[in-house]
Design a protein. Structure first.
Length: 261
């Protein structure tokens, strides 16, 4: 057993749908599931999700709000997306909503994002945990080619959020120090997306231990930080056979259990 639950993100199974995530999570021995809200109607249906949770005996550990670039058509504006994700989490009895900062062109939302998250946090017991993202980078331009794409910024530890999600593929893409970011978050660290990356331009979501990120070190320091949240495996299996993808998810769970024990 580990001190914290290890969940499986539905994004790890994309483009397979939510029932498949629950099936794989139960078969491999995960402790719960993170639901990714996207175009699939079931991902937004509280009753349907409750039935899946009960059928597989797996709690829903987090709801990932649809605020990423390819999901802007789901649930309207940034605030609608966060508000409806919080309402879904409340109905599910789920402790955490993962939110992402607005894009640079969403200036109106960006200017009030920190304040708006705080206002919403004051109205709910669900933890709205803002995730670290990364600057976009121009190929062959080195560090000078970094383009700021998020407002008020891609690093949530630079802002006054009550709760933070740390994603270890995003730290790789940002060329950020994941250990320093975890320490800067401190007790506000509520949620961890366990993955890895090589530091390329691409947000890779490799299995932990297969990139350059200090995944084992971050997991090993959670107790010291007073962490009270969940660790969720968020690795890419897109383009793989189901056997290859399942093996990648099995290895990622074993890594988490080993370094959290």
């Amino acid at each position: 057993m580990t001190p914290w639950p290890v969940g499986l993100s539905a994004s790890s199974c994309y483009p397979c749908k939510t029932p498949y995530t629950f099936e794989v999570a139960e078969r491999l021995g995960y402790d719960g599931v993170e639901v990714m809200v996207w175009g699939e109607s079931l991902s937004r249906d509280a009753r349907g999700l409750q039935r899946l949770s009960a059928r597989h005996g797996l709690p829903i550990l987090a709801v990932d709000a649809p605020t990423l670039f390819l999901l802007q058509h789901v649930w309207g504006t940034t605030w609608d997306q966060i508000d409806r994700s919080v309402a879904l989490a409340e109905e599910l009895g789920c402790p955490t909503v993962v939110a992402h900062p607005p894009f640079a062109w969403q200036r109106l939302h960006g200017r009030r994002f920190v304040e708006g998250v705080a206002e919403r946090q004051a109205r709910t017991e669900v933890h709205i945990a803002v995730e670290n993202m990364y600057p976009w980078r121009v190929p062959y331009a080195g560090e000078r080619g970094r383009v700021p794409m998020y407002l008020p910024g891609w690093d949530p530890t630079h802002h006054d959020y009550e709760h933070v999600t740390l994603d270890l593929s995003h730290t790789a893409t940002a060329h950020a120090d994941a250990v320093a970011m975890a320490r800067a978050a401190g007790r506000s660290l509520r949620h961890v997306h366990l993955a890895d990356g090589s530091g390329s331009l691409k947000d890779e979501h490799l299995p932990p231990g297969e990139g350059t990120q200090p995944c084992a070190e971050v997991l090993g320091m959670l107790g010291e930080l007073g962490f009270e949240g969940s660790v969720v495996v968020e690795v890419s299996t897109r383009g793989m056979s189901r056997e290859e993808g399942t093996d990648r998810l099995r290895r990622s769970l074993a890594f988490a259990r080993e370094h959290l024990a």
